[in-house]
Design a protein around this ligand. Sequence first.
Ligand code: G1P
Length: 274
Amino acid sequence: MIRKCLFPAAGYGTRFLPATKAMPKEMLPVVNKPLIQYGVEEARDAGLTQIAIVTGRGKRALEDHFDISYELEHQIKGTDKERFLDETRELIDQCSFAYTRQVEMKGLGHAILTGQPLIGDEPFAVVLADDLCLNPGGDPVLLQMVNLYKQFRCSIVAIQEVPREETSRYGVIAGEMIRDDIYRVNTMVEKPKPEDAPSNLAIIGRYILTPDIFELIAQTEPGKGGEIQITDALMKQAQRGCVLAYKFKGRRFDCGSAEGYVEATNYCFENFYN
Ligand code: G1P
């Protein structure tokens, strides 16, 4: 059983400066809900109610968000504005939240390793909140992956086809197709140039990881950009045992870019806001 979901949330969000100067990028709202809340709701909907967040300096708003705000809640009690907090309150009741700080930013692999004390020795999910994944009317992406894990019991990365010229923005996999939407990974490269990319199957920010990944990350040398990459640790896991790549059903918005963020905002306004 998977119970825990890890959110690496220590990054600076430089692409959204000045908005992210004094505010965590995970708190950027898509319409009226912060990105991190979409992610936590997705985890909850997949049955993962133990939320582990790797934060850093300047990220306290994340902890305050998943807590009671006495003064505000007292002020709006009994008014029609109360309903705006219903979803958040429900989430706080249903989930537990644990935090740890990443003191130095040494890459996504390092952030995940920093979360080890919150996870322990069990399989867990990882959500990168700036990849907003939505599948209205169907199973949320993380639930699709949890169900797949029950069948295969190994690490799984979410993938999507991207235009060749964009491979340098992603981890890219290649492997043997074992079902029309599942590959057994045999190659994985972090942010390759289009001419070096093994395919156009890009990793999206949803992972299921078995706990042996921690030891593999600890042995991983800094890679692309001088950072410890989860992609490199997963490549070792794929060589040693099995890693699957899953072409999920649903839409993904890259909310780490202004264009994807605006697209997500329009989509959510049209489909969910009332
Ligand atoms: C990270 C991963 C990359 C993955 C991407 C998905 O990169 O390192 O492999 O494809 O997330 O969003 P980042 O976007 O944090 O640079």
